[in-house]
Design a protein around this ligand. Sequence first.
Ligand code: HEC
Length: 709
Amino acid sequence: MRASAVVLTGISALALSACGPSDTELNGHGASGNAAAPPAPAAVDSQRLLAADNEPGEWMAPGRTYSEQRFSPLKQINDGNVHELGLAWYFDLNTHRGVESSPLVIDGVMYTISAWNVTYAIDARTGKQIWRYDPQVDRDRARFLCCDVVNRGISAWKGKIYLTTIDGRLIALDARTGTPVWSTQTFDKTWPYTSTGATRVFDGKVIIGNAGGEYGVRGYVTAYDAESGEQLWRFYTVPGDPAKGFESKAMEMAAKTWTGEWWKQGGGGTAWDAIVYDPELKLIYIGTGNGSPHAQAYRSPGGGDNLFLASIVAVRWDTGEYVWHYQEVPGDSWDFTATMPIILADLEIDGKLRKVLMQAPKNGFFYVLDRVTGELISAEKFTPVNLWATHVDLKTGRPAITREARYGTEPVLLTPSVAGAHNWNPMAYNPITGLVYFPAQEHWWPFSIDPDYKVPDGPAQRTSTGTGGPMTPKRMELMKLADSREKGWLTAWDPVKQKEVWHVPHERAGNGGVLTTAGNLVLEGTAARTFAAFKADTGEKLWEMPVQTVPMAGPITYMLDGEQYVAVNAGWGGGMAMAELRGGRGMHRSDARVLVFKLGAKGELSPLPDRPPIPLPPPSTASKEVIDKGADLYARTCANCHGPQAVSGGVIKDLRHMTAQTHAMFNDIVLKGTMSGLGMASFANVLSESDAEAIHAYVIARANDEWNR
Ligand code: HEC
């Protein structure tokens, strides 16, 4: 099965590009440049990427180097002077949706990707736009994104920038102009797939996975030729229908760990973030996702480990052939993915230098694996409370899952939650301190099997993940309790001793990704809408600046004309913001920006606009039955964007605050897709007219609760 790429002709490519640059705007003076001939944009190849440490002023790959340590050797900005850090410039990303990517900086040009996959090249000195590329994604696809219209990064190779779109295209752009060179469709759009991961390039190949485990898909990872877009290999993360034959021996092995007819609902295992290349061992490590549907009872009713869900799988870089795997969550039923960032390092453990990989996934255990063999070296809990498992047996590699974690139809409050003890937010390893830094959290969730779950009658029809259920008083009470127990902090973890060395408590969960530097610094965005610097060895807070929004993404650093800069994409959104009860507390819907800092700079952000007044809602006149029905439908179909219990997280509009005009158009918006251009698709395939009216009645009731409080 070979998919060939569409090579775009000059005319259509130009039509897609919003604006072209003049050549002078592209001049850069990077390490490889010279005064006479400006370097070709994004001129990176194997040689340059493998020797990235020789050019510490650049940030040429999502995690800077192939090890994805997110450590920078730069130290002009350091623990002695970081208090002088100020805003050098900022760049408006023209969205209020989440931004999760780290920019690249190559030879003086910054490349970054924002919500809806809009991609920019910016002068890294001045913040002036060089080009903007809008792939015009199908906005209705947003319905199949659990966690916002985000993207986690782009990559560069020999004059091209690679991005993936939420509607499944992998696109190569000319780095000079931002015009597409080729584009290929990476999934079948009749299934509810999306694509949000960072692209990675190695050895002339560009690799990407996909997402959609919440909606019913089968995960896989595909490598394409970076020059032509031609498909080179594909590795499925879960088996398909055995009657159709297996793609590989690995799938045959995996199928023995499944029961029932899982393939009809996809099975899951989507690789939506961590895919790491190991140039030394010529392996690719893939972090795989949760089961689909979440509840194993509905996915693989006879139980089983369900390989390769929630696993790290090593495959050969040239063929995608299976080499080893380690499964972190056998028989996942908790939405525990192993897609969180993977870092490669050489660590001295028990007197021996070991080639390891490290991960701190949702399930709350910090894993250190031998990356040659996949052997589990150690695994320890990194949060004080973990009700899912007591420990991981180092002999068998299996978690000791608690009895209470085996939930039934009655909700059980557990931590870690579906949002995890650590999510996608980048972590960083500092070889000088020997510590790994990441935003950890204690987050709770009432887990239960949804008694009303029905196997969907086709792809893209699912309205339940198999967990959850009616919003009973018990569930409401547990959600409130979950809310009151939420905590978030920055942790510094010793991966050899497997213990925390320091931690800095934050206001709440959902803090940003991390950068660490040779200047003894850790930089992080916080959920208190600040950007902050900490001392890498002690955790002392050295500097903090309010930035109006939560920079969730991983910061980067670069050097130009002898001056060091720190940059971060600051645009709050994503799963925590949209689907969490507490998410929106006090949060202002704010514009996303690239923020760039340097020593001595005094720049200021333009002030936030005033919030519009909240309109008085119409009176609540519907019967309790109708409102209850609406509450249930709302929880299943609307909550993951408009917020649980009709309280918005501040990213998407709060339905309690609709104007009279919007109330009048409610059914048209929900069933006819009149706002689909904004990312509000029609729900006519899963909701009837009276369903929409019941949801409307529920929202009005919630609005009146708010006014009468
Ligand atoms: C995939 C995310 C998503 C889901 C799921 C979703 N919406 Fe929306 N909705 C949006 C976006 C985006 C907008 C546009 C306004 C904005 O950007 O906040 C919107 C706007 C609306 C508006 C107009 C609000 C206003 O004040 O202008 C209504 C009404 C609405 N949605 C109802 C619903 C209902 C009812 C459901 C569940 C059946 C639902 N939405 C599910 C994303 C979503």
